[in-house]
Design a protein around this ligand. Structure first.
Ligand code: ADP
Ligand code: MG
Ligand code: ZN
Length: 635
């Protein structure tokens, strides 16, 4: 929880206490009239009072009138009160005094005490910072892990050997700063880890602490930002103070881009909280003499938005790039995570690594975990290769949503849409092979066509990009050809968006259009809201902007026309594949191969397995237990 939650809680408690106090002072439930003692006695004498309740201390009298209404009054210690009441036939209830004033005080205060107790309890909880074994210190939100709490070592970080080599020196230094200095080593102060999300930056930072056996302070950039105005800077000071006392140690600032953005970039004007925090951080880092033995490691996946001041000498002047793993790296990462699961003999990490280009370390960890879950669901003792395949599909395409009800019409439309993607994808040059098509809704999509690059790819050529534009349009074009222009659906919105973005990048960023040539017309977009792009996007004239739009439009029009031609020429295959999809819902590479040769495909490899991934044709679900024969697909 953060300061905001804490303060809200505080105000809540105050509000509740106040309400209760006021309720005690005001005379109980509504409908009660407060009267003077004289009036009260008048009422009694007039015989209008039926009964009275006298408080334990005798000072407060609640009276009920014969008509049901109630009065309340104070008793000015009138000796004759009892006689008056009894003479007039009023029922008198005198409450017994409780043991002591403290007792009654306690009882009336009990709810308040309870609330305060609960509040203190929550404060304690929050102070502990949530994390198990983590302990918070001072007013800083950073978490401290002592040297024996960190179990991560370099052995747990795989597939980024260069990065590991680069930071090995830090370990050396942290182990014995004095010795390192005597040997004339230049002491690093700040190290910036740069790389896409999930590549193991956080993991590597902890591994450095684990290897060097030093304490590890960690805080996330967004924690600073959440703080109230004026607090961020003092937290930074706090954190550095405490860290110096624990030296040698590591301060780890995750997601530093949250605080470290260009100063003056925010839309709300310059002097904001973030800026003060950032300034304080720079001051602290400059204040290092070098002998402290504190190393600041920061991580980000947006180095481009960082304030240049952070990268100056003496600050985060050393950068360690942690990139996406290549096939060898993926194999090693898989092996690290597979240590914890029981594997069947058919599992070959290298095969999985080949089929997962573009996966980060976190994706691979997730893959192993999902595979183990699939195995557990089947009560299998070992995790088999098929579980890994299912897990990969789930990660790539989102979880299957079999329960989602689609109308027949929608299913047909989706089948043609996906078949359109797949067929075009198979026919255009240099396109990643299509290996699976499904009309089972997954994630937010109604159907999915899956492509898998054959190897790791770090760049794309123009042919490949133009081919991708065509396969993206394949879905929409198929819908239009089969159902007519007025029946096309919104289902292609994501395809269109991606195609448009790609074409625009071709023109403005990648220099892939003949008309406008190899000139960059756009700053790196994204983060338009906070980043500096707001001010600088306008570096093209209106005339150029219009030209860009024209050229983009031309590229897209050509791709659309080409796609239409491809599908018109291959109508037979389009029908065959849509039919196969309506029958089997998911078709695999072999079936697609058959269709592309103009043959009607057989059932998929795992067709007919009970509980397999392909259900019977819909509407004809056979009774449970009955074998599903390799029925010939219906037209
Ligand atoms: P980042 O900080 O770069 O976003 P993390 O370090 O938080 O990534 O990685 C998340 C998880 O993914 C790790 O806890 C680990 O289980 C797994 N992981 C990521 N990269 C690797 C790697 N190189 N080797 C082993 N596991 C990794
Ligand atoms: Mg991280
Ligand atoms: Zn689509």
């Amino acid at each position: 929880m953060n300061d905001l939650a804490r303060n809200l809680l505080l105000w809540l408690v105050v509000a509740i206490v106040l309400t209760m106090v006021f309720q005690n002072f005001s005379g109980g439930p509504g409908g009660t009239r407060e009267v003077s003692y004289n009036d009260f006695i008048e009422e009694v004498k007039a015989g209008r009072i039926q009964k009275v309740d006298i408080a334990p201390n005798g000072l407060r009298i609640n009276a009920t009138r014969k008509d049901g209404s109630t009065l309340v009054t104070g008793n000015p210690r009138d000796d004759r009160l009892n006689d008056t009441l009894l003479d007039n036939g009023v029922v008198v209830n005198q409450a017994l005094p409780s043991d002591s004033i403290w007792g009654s005080l306690f009882i009336s205060l009990l709810p308040v005490l309870l609330l305060v107790g609960v509040w203190i309890y929550f404060m304690r909880q929050m102070q502990q910072g949530g994390g198990r074994g983590a302990m918070s210190f001072g007013r800083s939100k950073a978490k401290l892990m002592s040297e024996d709490q960190i179990k991560v070592t370099f052995a747990d970080v795989a597939g980024c050997d260069e990065a590991k080599e680069e930071v090995a020196e830090l370990v050396e230094f942290l182990r014995d700063p004095g010795k390192f200095q005597k040997l004339g080593g230049k002491i690093p102060r700040g190290v910036l880890m740069v790389g896409p999300p999930g590549t193991g930056k956080t993991l590597l930072a902890r591994a450095i602490a684990g290897e060097a056996k030093v304490p590890f302070f960690s805080i996330s950039g967004s924690d600073f930002v959440e703080m109230f105005v004026g607090v961020g800077a003092s937290r930074v000071r706090d954190m550095f103070e405490t860290a110096k006392k624990h030296a040698p140690c590591i301060i780890f600032i995750d997601e530093i881009d949250a605080v470290g953005r260009h100063r003056g970039a925010g839309l709300g004007g310059g002097h904001d909280e973030r800026e003060q925090t950032l300034n304080q951080m720079l001051v602290e880092m400059d204040g290092f003499e070098g002998g402290e033995g504190v190393i600041v490691i920061a991580a980000t996946n947006r180095p481009d938005v960082l304030d240049p001041a952070l990268l100056r000498p003496g600050r985060f002047d050393r950068q360690v790039v942690v990139g996406l793993p290549d096939v060898k790296g993926r194999e090693q990462i898989l092996k690290v995570h597979m240590r914890k699961v029981p594997l069947a003999d058919d599992v070959v990490p290298m095969t999985i690594a080949r089929g997962t280009p573009g996966f980060s370390g976190a994706d691979l960890a997730n893959l192993v975990n999902e595979a183990a879950l699939f195995a557990a669901r089947e009560n299998a003792k070992l995790v088999r290769m098929e579980h890994f395949d299912k897990a990969r599909d789930k990660i790539l395409m989102g979880a299957e949503r079999r329960s989602m009800a689609m109308s027949e019409e929608e299913k047909r439309l989706t089948a043609y849409h996906e078949a359109g993607h797949a067929i075009v994808g198979r026919l255009v040059p240099e396109h990643d092979p299509v290996y699976k098509v499904t009309i089972i809704p997954r994630g937010r999509a109604l159907g999915v066509t899956m492509y898998l690059p054959e190897g790791d790819r770090y760049s794309h050529n123009r042919t490949q990009i133009e081919s991708m534009l065509c396969s993206l349009y394949g879905g929409r074009v198929a819908e239009e050809l089969i159902f007519g222009a007025d029946k096309v659906t919104t289902g292609a919105s994501n395809d269109i968006e991606r195609a448009t973005k790609m074409a625009r990048n071709m023109v403005t960023k990648w220099g892939l259009s003949d008309e406008l040539g190899p000139i960059a017309y756009a700053e790196d977009e994204g983060e338009v809201f906070l980043g500096r792009t707001v001010a600088q996007t306008k570096n093209v004239s209106d005339e150029t902007a219009r030209r860009i739009d024209e050229v983009v439009r031309g590229i897209l029009d050509r791709a659309y026309a080409r796609t239409t031609q491809i599908l018109k020429d291959n109508m037979d295959k389009l029908h065959l594949m849509a039919e196969a999809l309506l029958t089997y819902e998911t078709i695999d590479a072999q079936q697609i191969d058959a269709i592309m040769e103009g043959r009607r495909p057989g059932p998929p490899a795992d067709w007919g397995k009970t509980g397999g991934s392909s259900p019977a044709p819909d509407g004809e679900e056979p009774p449970a237990g009955a074998p599903i024969g390799p029925a010939a697909p219906q037209a």
